[in-house]
Design a protein around this ligand. Structure first.
Ligand SMILES: [Zn+2]
Length: 498
């Protein structure tokens, strides 16, 4: 294998894939041309390519340092692409089905689309109607989507074995150099340590947003809670792009096309309502796509994606492909969390939105939301380790395990129907968990150096620029060690909960 040619083609593939993603979800192209992109670059993901890159990675382990990091990143890239090709027929079938399904509702004559149902549910103030939408969606999930999703899962597990790993868990651990079991022990300790305060942190905010407290709330009410509609008045649609621009300006961060970021605010009928970032070339061609709808959640999404965009835009152009475009996504997620959590900062709220966010309902909502997310992802990790690691249990038995894990962590009666659709590929839940821990450490460092209002200090952005330059060369553990001289530890997030 000509490894330099492989790297060049891999970079073209990623660029083509992200461009197709951008054009489809920005509403520019009706078709989502993923299959054609995979077809053009199929040679990247043959079993032989995977095997060779795995051998190179094994040799790279001995070399250590950047050689080891690069060879492991290339192996992970090839494995993920190979899995994508093996399961893409089922994935495409699932996507088409999801886009075409409608939910029959007794209370209205017009059925609603499966994909729009979550947003409609989040906007629905009536609890009984939220329950009706959710019940209809779960029924369709179980009858229509789950048979295909189970096929996709079984096929993924089989591919991991054909490639020579003992399980999908072992494959992901080796590709990402993560000790998933070790992380799970840390998150389990976090759940136990926050058990006592959980009720007090979440009950009132849940009641305020949904009309139902923790004792009676259902999973169907959670989208309404996350939506935070009671705060809409503070987060108007017309202030969204301005507050983003003034936030970046206060840090001295460029948002013009000169830094390689194109901000797409044009309204188009088929554009995704949720903000997203598509790094087509890192650095140099990054799209930040926004549909300014307004609301707390929308502000959070734009700042999150802006964190990704700034990270990609500042990567050193001469850095190796693997460090610019591949690596541990916990790192870019940590920078994204650092920015999206600004909407919880009382100082940021008053400076950019003229809102007094001290102590009141907004702060309590943010805290409750965070604890629910942290505990939900902790439970997801425990469940996904069983789902992907189990050798003996029939897979279908794991639907109960899913419901039990989530019910225990959130104390909300959790339905089992989404046991296959609420699973992210390649343990992305672990990336989020590690990113929350890394972001906590990063934020503490910035506060220590620049004060609580670090987000108004251009010198703080200078520190971030220095970290961004390195792309994802270091993984979350290594970056944490570099930033604060201590190992990455999920216990860091405990601090906020007393
Ligand atoms: Zn993200």
């Amino acid at each position: 294998m000509d490894i330099d040619a492989y790297r060049l083609q891999a970079e073209t593939f990623i660029g083509d894939l992200n461009l197709a993603y951008y054009r489809h979800f920005a509403g520019l192209d009706r078709e989502y041309a993923v299959e054609a992109v995979y077809d053009r670059h199929a040679t990247l993901f043959t079993p032989d390519a995977v095997e060779e890159l795995r051998t190179r990675a094994a040799n790279g382990e001995m070399a250590g340092g950047d050689a080891q990091r690069r060879s492991r990143a290339l192996m992970a890239f090839a494995v993920e692409g190979h899995l994508g090709i093996q399961t893409r027929a089922i994935d495409a079938q699932l996507a088409r089905l999801e886009a075409s399904l409608t939910l029959p509702l007794g209370s209205t004559s017009t059925p609603i689309g499966f994909r729009e149902s979550a947003a409609i549910q989040a906007n629905e103030p009536d609890p009984s109607r939220r329950a009706e939408i959710e019940a209809a969606r779960l029924a369709v999930t179980a009858s229509e989507l789950n048979p295909l999703a189970l096929q996709a899962l079984e096929s993924t597990h089989a591919v991991a074995k054909v490639l020579g790993w003992s399980s999908y868990v072992a494959m992901c651990e080796e590709c990402q150099a993560i000790d998933l079991g070790g992380l799970q022990r840390q998150t389990e300790e976090f759940v136990a340590a926050t058990d006592e305060r959980y009720y007090e942190v979440v009950d009132q905010p849940l009641r305020r947003a949904t009309g139902v407290g923790l004792d009676d709330i259902g999973r169907c009410d959670l989208p309404r809670f996350f939506r935070g509609a009671e705060f809409d008045v503070h987060f108007p649609s017309q202030g969204l792009v301005t507050s983003f621009a003034t936030t970046m300006e206060a840090l001295g961060l460029d948002t013009s096309s000169a830094c390689g970021i194109t901000i797409d605010v044009t309204s188009r009928p088929a554009k995704s309502p949720r903000a997203f970032c598509a790094p087509v070339r890192v650095p140099g061609e990054i799209y930040l796509v926004v549909s300014p709808l307004g609301g707390r959640d929308d502000y959070c999404a734009l700042l999150h994606e802006a964190g990704h965009a700034q990270h990609y835009a500042h990567v050193e152009p001469t850095l190796a492909f693997e460090f610019r475009c591949l690596g541990d996504n916990s790192v870019t997620e940590a920078f994204a969390f650092l920015f999206d959590r600004l909407i919880e900062e009382p100082g940021w709220l008053s400076q950019h939105l003229g809102v007094d966010g001290r102590g009141g309902a907004l702060a309590a909502h943010a805290r409750a939301e965070r604890l629910i997310y942290l505990r939900r992802y902790s439970a997801k990790l425990a469940y996904e380790l069983k789902l992907h690691g189990s050798q003996t249990t029939p897979l279908s038995d794991l639907s109960d395990e899913y419901a039990q894990q989530l019910t225990r962590a959130l104390r909300i009666d959790w339905p089992s129907e989404s046991w296959l659709t609420d699973v992210d590929p390649c343990f992305y839940a672990a990336n989020y968990l590690r990113a929350w821990a890394l972001e906590t450490q990063l934020r503490s460092m910035l506060i220590e150096q620049f004060g609580e209002r670090w987000y108004s200090e251009p010198d703080a952005a200078e520190v971030l620029r220095e970290l961004w330059r390195d792309g994802q060369r270091l993984n979350a553990q290594e970056l944490c060690q570099q930033i604060c001289g201590a190992p990455l530890d999920f216990a860091a997030v405990l601090g906020e909960f007393g």
